[in-house]
Every structure is written in C-alpha cells, then in structure tokens.
Write a protein that binds this ligand. Structure first.
Ligand SMILES: O=C(O)Cc1cc(O)ccc1O
Ligand SMILES: [Fe+2]
Length: 431
C-alpha cells in the first residue's frame, strides 16, 4: 500500500518548504541565529559560478550540520562498480540479460546494488553507471549518499519510500525518481521484495529536453514533476552513514539521523515523475520516428544535441502509421543503447526480453527486430492498434558502455541472445 504523501510541483523550481512554522529565514540565507536554533548549510550541485539558468543549490536548515559525523573507512564494494570499468574487455557483441533475482538472505538497498555496466569516468564527471537494485529489507540505522552522481531510480517491482534530506518520495513501477548527487537518504520497502534499475549520472544533472516546433506543451510537462515537502527525523542512535565516493564505498559512524533538515529552499532537490503523465508524440502519417521523440530526461554533454545520457521510454500508445514497418527499424548507432523492461512486451522483441531483463547494443553494434517480429510486422494489416501494457526504457549515451565482469560472466547473461536474428531470411531474388 502506498502512503499518501504531499508534494511540491514543477521542474527545477526554486522551491521552499518548512516542517515547522518560520524555520526558513526570510530575505537571507544565513542569519546570525536560525529559528529553532537550527544550523544553516549550503549544498551545491553545480559550481558556484555556473550560469544562473544552470545553477543548482539548496540551503538546509538542520538540527546538526553535516560535519558532525565519524571517520570514514573503506568497506566492501560488493557488486558495485564505477567507470572506467577495467576488469573486463568490452566486446561489440549484442548482449542481453535475464532479471537479477531478489536474494533470499536479508538484503537492503545498499547491499543489493549490482552494477551491470558503466561508461565515461566518475572522477571526470562524465558518463553513467547502470545498476540493478534488488532488496527485501528496509535500510535500518543506516543512510547513504552518492558523491559520484545523481541517481535515477526506475522501479520494476515493488514500492519504495525514499526518505531524503528534503523529505519523502514514494515510488512504484511506472514512476521514476531522481536523487541529486550527495543528497543523503534511506530506502524503506513497502513491498516484501523490490527490484529496479538505476542510472547513476556522473555528468550534468538531468534537464527536460526541448520541445522544438511541438510548442509550449507536451512530452514531459514541468507541472507533473513532484518534489518532497520538508520532513525531519530527530533521532539519536548508533547509526551508520555510507558514502559512494570516487568509485568506492565508505562508512562512518553517525550518532543521529542525517535526515534532520527541518526546512530547505533551493532547486537541487529529489523529485519523482509518473511516466503515465508523459504526453506521447508520434507519427500520424508514416514511418517510425527516432526514439528520441520519447525522451523524458536528458543529461547534456558539452556538445549540443549529444547527450551524456538520455532517459527514453516506450510507453503505451496508439500506433497508426500507414505503409510503414512499425516496430523499431534495424539500426546501427553512434550512441550506445542500454534497455530495460518495466512491464509487458517490447515491440521489437516478443521473446527473451522480459520484465526486469536488460539488453545492450553498443556503439555501431547492429540491432533491431527479431526474426519472427520482422515476419509478422511486414505482413500485418495496418489498422490503428493500441500498444497496451508495455513499458520499456533506454539509457542512451554518447560513450561506449562497458559491462562489468559480473554482467559478462554471471548467470543472468543470455549467451544465445544473437540467435533471435538467426531466422532472418534472404528474400531477395534479383531482378
Ligand atoms: O529497440 C531499440 O534498440 C531502441 C530503438 C527504438 C526505436 O523506436 C528505434 C530505434 C531504436 O534503436
Ligand atoms: Fe537503436
């Protein structure tokens, strides 16, 4: 059951929220004394001097400042990896995986992180890490933050509450959430077992893509993004803070909950979005538009129009294209494409790409419909058709995506993936 939480709406607004009346200073950020004897702390996720339109920061008014924590010590990274991946050679092969199983033994969100692939360099603030989370227990007495990038959560099974410094977000399959770099949080499970995908974005924070000639509305509408209201934990105990920093996990003791922010203001807060709110645009005449038309969030690289990563979805929609091969076309792409499936069936792959599964088609590696799908789609009657109960997504990046050793050699890999194209026939008979 999901909890009814309150949210602020809009994308990247200068929000403000206080859990106690008057906790937010008026007209200044850093008064000599803050109401309720709180501490003021600034948190910057862009350089001080980033242009005003890109600049992101919050001011937190908290019970204790973040410096009040113990000494860090390195802990085991488990199956978590960070770019650059050097433990395995990246092949150009088309790759596919079965879902990662939720373990039987008690596993919380941190212990249940499995890295499938990564690209760029976390240290160089470019590229992404692609992880799966599988868990069956809430984080108890421990908190987490990630200095290497912002975290895009794509739940595939089960509901979560993300308790963050800015407040709470409830998410379930069909919704996504983004936690900015460095925000401290804990993950509470509302379901016995949860699974989902995470895109750890080492690069520029996500923004909404341009609409171009589509106009002032459509695709993602700003008003559909939801931000938490301030909520604080005033608790003391033998707690632990875990940090992912420069590719490694560290822990330190902390004697209180770091989610002790009574009020905050700023534009670098976590947010959630219901993918059903995506206002889908597509052809009403002919041909299959490029999947960029379904981009929900984009992290720009330095080059205009070339993304560090795009988060793209393939949602339920009407398909009406005339005289058209309707599934995704056969394709080779400079951009590298990592896909996952939240529910249902994806139109290019009716077999083997299952909810919770994944595929990777790297830079210039060919991909497209499996043999049976080609046969069906090239002979189908082209009546308007509703694509129902389907929700695939893609992390598409300018940098070659390197799978981890676990992804290449572990049991989730489907060794015979390329067989799905083996049945493709030669029809050409010459003139
Ligand atoms: O299925 C894929 O691999 C992704 C994809 C989708 C699409 O609609 C067009 C091209 C493409 O690569
Ligand atoms: Fe593609």
């Amino acid at each position: 059951m999901s909890q009814e939480l309150q949210y602020l709406t809009g994308f990247g607004n200068e929000f403000e929220s206080e859990a106690l009346p008057g906790a937010l200073p008026i007209g200044q950020f850093s008064p000599q004394k803050v109401k309720y004897d709180l501490y003021a702390e600034q948190y910057n996720t862009t350089a001080f001097t980033a242009p005003r339109a890109d600049n992101r920061r919050n001011w937190f008014y908290r019970i204790r400042p973040s410096v009040l924590q113990g000494e860090y010590e390195a802990i085991d990274n488990g199956l978590l990896r960070t770019a650059p991946i050097t433990e395995a050679i990246t092949p150009p092969s088309m790759l596919r995986w079965n879902p990662i199983e939720v373990p039987q033994e008690k596993t919380d969100f941190i212990n249940g992180l499995v890295t499938m692939a990564a690209n760029g360099s976390a240290n160089g603030q470019s590229g992404i890490g692609i992880h799966v989370y599988v868990a069956n227990a809430s984080m108890e007495g421990r908190y987490f933050y990630n200095a290497d990038g912002e975290l895009l959560f794509v739940p595939q099974q089960g509901e979560l509450i993300l308790h963050t410094e800015c407040g709470k977000l409830a998410i379930k399959p069909g919704e996504i959430a983004v936690i900015p770099r460095g925000i401290k949080f804990r993950v509470e499970l509302l379901s016995d077992a949860v699974r989902g995908y995470i895109c750890e974005n080492y690069g520029n924070p996500y923004i909404l893509p341009e609409r171009g000639p589509v106009g002032a509305n459509g695709y993602t509408n700003e008003r559909d993004f939801q931000y938490p209201v301030a909520a604080f934990e005033d608790i003391e105990g033998d707690f632990e803070l875990v940090a992912k920093f420069n590719g490694n996990l560290f822990r330190c003791d902390i004697g209180h909950s770091p989610l002790d922010v009574v009020a905050w203001t700023g534009n670098s807060a976590p947010y959630k979005y219901d993918l059903a709110r995506f206002n889908v645009m597509n052809t009403v005449s002919f041909d299959h538009p490029d999947p960029s038309i379904f981009t929900v969030l984009t992290s720009p690289s330095g080059t205009p129009g070339v993304a560090n990563v795009d988060f793209v979805i393939f949602p339920p929609r009407w398909m009406v294209a005339e005289n058209t091969f309707r599934p995704p076309y056969y394709h080779r792409n400079i951009m590298s494409e990592f896909m996952g499936l939240i529910e249902g069936v994806y139109d290019a792959k009716e077999h083997g790409f299952v909810p919770g599964g994944m595929s990777l088609h790297n830079c210039m590696s060919p991909h497209g419909p499996e043999a049976d799908v080609f046969e069906k789609a090239s002979n189908a009657e082209l009546a308007p058709q509703r694509y129902e109960n389907t929700l695939a997504f893609m992390f598409e990046s300018r940098y070659i995506i390197s799978p981890t050793k676990y992804a290449l050699e572990g049991k989730a890999r489907q060794p015979n993936y390329a067989d799905c194209w083996k049945g493709i026939k030669k029809y050409f008979k010459g003139a």
